[in-house]
Design a protein around this ligand. Structure first.
Ligand SMILES: Cc1cc2nc3c(=O)[nH]c(=O)nc-3n(C[C@H](O)[C@H](O)[C@H](O)COP(=O)(O)OP(=O)(O)OC[C@H]3O[C@@H](n4cnc5c(N)ncnc54)[C@H](O)[C@@H]3O)c2cc1C
Length: 328
């Protein structure tokens, strides 16, 4: 069994940032990542452009310069990988942490499974959980959600050219996908439960989106929900309860993600009374109710998983490192 003073779970931007802060404070952490470095960004739509400027995505004081005012996914992949290499972070990738248990001697045991099925155990004095949310899409719980022509992840428009696609959702992911699909000649329909265009839509994208709706190039249904999905067809129910069937070769459910709390709850972390999805932690130190166990990044968010993003979550690591150094 390997021992490390600190283990960071998850090599997303916030986990990497936490590991760098610890390293700079004199603690050499091990990062355990179940996929690859910044796997969430890797899985984002291929042509995605961030809404943040590069400056606000920087970690470890390494400048992030891009050709446009907002970085593209590919630039962010290169940037975070470069930062990880620059700091020579110790990253154990393709290994999933399946349980964290605190022992009587105060040390944590982290159980893992590698992609080839090997089981391992690590011990650590401090554990920083930075597992994000991208592996857990918000499920609608409607019939047909698991059919093969339905996905919660949009990659790129090309495969959908010339087909009929229904997008469920009305935030940036839905709008970006709709624009890309319209460009390749897909027949795009958006079903959104909101009564109007979301105020969260990137301001530089909104005019084009509105114009395409007005021209009928994108079919937009407000105050409506998809209540069932069948092969080649969906059922749309409006706010007054009217249900109609519409043809649809593909369905993209782009309704966001929520962090999985199983790992931290299994380690004894409690959830807050006011927001049953938010872990109990001190926002000044990110320390949970379990001594030595910290949260960093989106895992610290509550019901609204978008309350924390890279811009804000990248600062959690400094709070954690300062606290560990002060009370070590
Ligand atoms: C399309 C899209 C666009 C966005 N644009 C922006 C933007 O412009 N600006 C911004 O600030 N934010 C943006 N966000 C939000 C941002 O991507 C997230 O807030 C950010 O990824 C959170 O970072 P994180 O490190 O907390 O989690 P993640 O990036 O999700 O990283 C978590 C990591 O933990 C790993 N992991 C999970 N469970 C385990 C386990 N049990 N064992 C080991 N490893 C595990 C995962 O594989 C993953 O690599 C966007 C999000 C989306 C979906």
């Amino acid at each position: 069994m390997q021992h490390h003073e600190a283990i960071v779970i998850g090599a997303g931007p916030c986990g990497l940032s936490a590991a760098i802060e610890l390293k700079q404070a004199g603690i050499e952490p091990l990062i355990i990542e179940k996929h690859c470095v910044v796997h969430s960004i890797y899985r984002y739509p291929t042509n995605m452009q961030f809404f943040s400027t590069p400056k606000l995505l920087e970690i470890g004081n390494i400048p992030f310069t891009t050709t446009n005012d907002k970085p593209y996914r590919k630039e962010a992949l290169v940037y975070y990988l470069t930062v990880a290499r620059h700091y020579d972070l110790q990253i154990q990738s393709y290994e999933e942490v399946t349980a964290i248990r605190k022992q009587e001697d105060g040390l944590f045991l982290a159980s893992t499974t590698t992609t080839n099925g090997e089981q391992r155990t690590y011990s650590a004095r401090y554990v920083i959980v930075a597992t994000g949310y991208f592996d857990h899409p918000n499920m609608l719980g409607i019939p047909g959600e698991d059919l093969p022509h339905v996905t919660h992840y949009f990659e790129e428009a090309h495969p959908y050219a010339g087909t009929t696609v229904t997008i469920i959702g009305g935030n940036n992911s839905a709008v970006d996908a709709a624009l890309e699909l319209q460009r390749v000649g897909a027949k795009v329909r958006i079903i959104y439960r909101g009564a109007e265009i979301s105020p969260r839509i990137k301001p530089w994208v909104r005019p084009t989106f509105e114009s395409l709706i007005q021209k009928g190039e994108i079919e937009m249904h407000f105050s409506a929900q998809v209540t069932a999905i069948h092969p080649g067809e969906i059922t749309v129910t409006t706010h007054d309860g009217t249900a109609t069937s519409r043809d649809s070769q593909f369905v993209l459910i782009l309704t966001g993600f929520r962090p999985d709390r199983e790992l931290i709850e299994g380690a004894g972390v409690k959830l807050q009374d006011e927001d049953k999805e938010k872990p109990v932690f001190d926002p000044d130190t990110m320390l949970t109710n379990v001594e030595g166990l910290y949260v960093a990044g989106v895992i610290a968010s509550g019901r609204d998983a978008n309350e924390i993003f890279i811009e804000s979550g990248r600062h959690h690591g400094k709070l954690i490192a300062d606290h560990i150094i002060a009370y070590r």
